[in-house]
Design a protein around this ligand. Structure first.
Ligand code: NDP
Length: 277
């Protein structure tokens, strides 16, 4: 029997990148999946990929909308229950970092940006968990949040507000895990490093700048010791592991780092002293 047979999953932000790979993997392994995002063409591409990988169209539910709006959230839950009757897995993946159009970074960037960043990356997660709560308790389900190594402990000044939102998400993961475990619901999260997705495009980088940024960081051992950016499929594999009680039942409230070594890299040990002496 496939690993996620008879399971129903909602994967937010599944029109692209990590969310798309997660929806495809869960569906490939037997889950019925609700896919969602604002962009209908990109959601269609996700559905096509699910079907190409052996998923059935009757096992895919589509909701187009903005996750920061309560109506979209309500529709996600309602249509999933109407189509599939329950919710076993909630993957809170949708997220983004927005650049200040003025070019300012850190605490110089405007506070509207801070509000938007918190609304998408943190508040929308709390709201969707509230809406899914009775259904996840009924199924003794699993929640996997998608955080970031930008949450810390190292500061990413370019993404200060985004990092603050994701740090809040990490604490939310810990608090919710203790709140929910008496009901048999687990909460964990993943913290990726630099992964090749639409993330930098969403920040506002043109394709050429995305390529240059990824190639540059991949070539610097003190940025990504693994020497390459991550693939969305690699994050999906970890999310599926954390969503699968048979594999990870005793992992509660953790944020698992998956970053090719970035968060361990310090400048000094990355330089070859033999070339200096
Ligand atoms: P992508 O930009 O490829 O995907 C982001 C997804 O979020 C899209 O499906 C997008 O859908 C959705 N989304 C964004 N805003 C909204 C909104 N207001 N309403 C509904 N959906 C929304 O990036 P990733 O796959 O990389 O991002 C997935 C998660 O991974 C995010 O939480 C991100 O913070 C995190 N992450 C990414 C890293 C990376 O290097 N790529 C590193 C660390 C963490 P649509 O545009 O259709 O609305």
């Amino acid at each position: 029997m496939a690993r996620f047979s008879n399971k129903v999953a909602i994967v937010t932000g599944s029109s692209s990148g990590i969310g798309r790979s997660t929806a495809v993997l869960l569906a490939k392994e037997g889950a019925k999946v609700t896919v969602t995002g604002r962009n209908p063409e990109k959601i269609r591409e996700t559905v096509d990929e699910i079907l190409k990988n052996g998923g059935k169209s009757e096992d895919v539910n589509i909701v187009i909308g903005d996750l920061t709006e309560s109506e979209c959230q309500a529709e996600l839950v309602k249509s999933t229950l109407e189509r599939f009757g329950k919710i076993d897995i909630l993957v809170n993946n949708a997220g983004a970092a927005f650049a200040d159009p003025s070019g300012k970074v850190g605490t110089e960037s405007n506070l509207g940006l801070f509000d938007d960043m918190l609304k998408l990356n943190l508040r929308s997660v709390i709201e969707l968990v509230q809406k899914c709560r009775p259904h996840l308790i009924a199924s003794k389900g699993d929640i996997v949040n998608v955080s970031s190594i930008a949450a810390g402990p190292s500061p990413f000044v370019y993404y200060t507000y985004y990092g603050v939102a994701k740090a809040g998400l990490d604490q939310l993961t810990r608090c919710m895990s203790i709140e929910f475990i008496p009901f048999g619901v687990r909460v964990n999260s993943v913290s990726p490093g630099l992964i090749s997705t639409g993330f930098l495009n969403a920040v506002g980088f043109p394709n050429d700048a995305v390529r240059k940024t990824e190639e540059y960081y991949a070539s610097q051992r003190d940025c990504i010791p693994a020497g390459r950016t991550g693939k969305p499929e690699e994050i999906a594999t970890l999310i599926a592991f954390l969503a699968d009680k048979n594999s990870s039942a005793f992992i509660i409230g953790q944020s698992v780092v998956i970053d090719g070594g970035t968060s361990l890299a310090l400048g000094m040990p990355s330089h070859d002293l033999s070339k200096v002496l």
